[in-house]
Design a protein around this ligand. Sequence first.
Ligand code: SAM
Length: 260
Amino acid sequence: MEIPDLKKIMKPNWSHKPGYGWSVKIGGLMKHKILEQSTTPQDKRLLEKLGIKRGERVLAIAGYYASWASQLAKNKADVDYSDISKSMVNYAKTKYKNLFGKYICSNYELIPEKENQYDWTFTFEACGGAQGLPIAYLRSLLNKKGGIMVLYFNFDKPEHMGGKWKTYPMIVKKLSEIYGTRYKVKKIRISGHKKGCKNSSLVHRIYIIYTNERARKLVKIDLENLEKPSDKKDIETLESLRRLNKVSKLVKQEFRKELK
Ligand SMILES: C[S@@+](CC[C@H](N)C(=O)[O-])C[C@H]1O[C@@H](n2cnc3c(N)ncnc32)[C@H](O)[C@@H]1O
């Protein structure tokens, strides 16, 4: 039986620094002139379109330039910004000051730490769809409501998407199956702009996983086994390892480990 190997997952580090972005084409960091995410929303109905209510606690993971996280906060969600990169967190802190509740420098595989800390985990186009992102969304089931992922499919530059448009639906579908939760995949028009362009109505894909009490309980057990697999042979442990075996199919083979 295999389970995701957290140590291996967290080893290759895709952390960015302000002014540079990852280029699939060159397989490395590329200099950027415009410090924004690939799309920036400017939509008064942003929260409603994403299914977030005013005042709900949102953990923005892989926050990058915070183009999305800041718009969630400006539309009155209660947002904490996070990113793995210290320099990105410092950039966001300097630019957005007290717009966010907290600035968290962390791997998204490790947050939130506890149940019911947040209503939602949110990300726009985070990388790691077949590496650590499934673990971040497993963790999002600890929240009161669940997790939201957003993607803008740029038909002009499909190579920029990597495998996101395949891995994102897989993550919400599979986790829903394993933990008995609901999910939704939809296309929504959001007003905003592509980097360096004028405002228009842009079709985004939204992937939402909704948690429930049972899922929160199971995920708590599974996260403990993910960090340190128990060698107990009771039914609860075996069922947990079986669920983690299913979760492991969401990550590439190189990020799994065999249990003896
Ligand atoms: C938002 S994503 C990809 C950018 C996207 N294509 C765009 O234009 O909006 C990049 C961010 O994720 C962060 N990141 C990468 N791996 C991470 C991880 N394991 N945990 C938390 N943040 C991570 C990087 O530091 C970077 O700021």
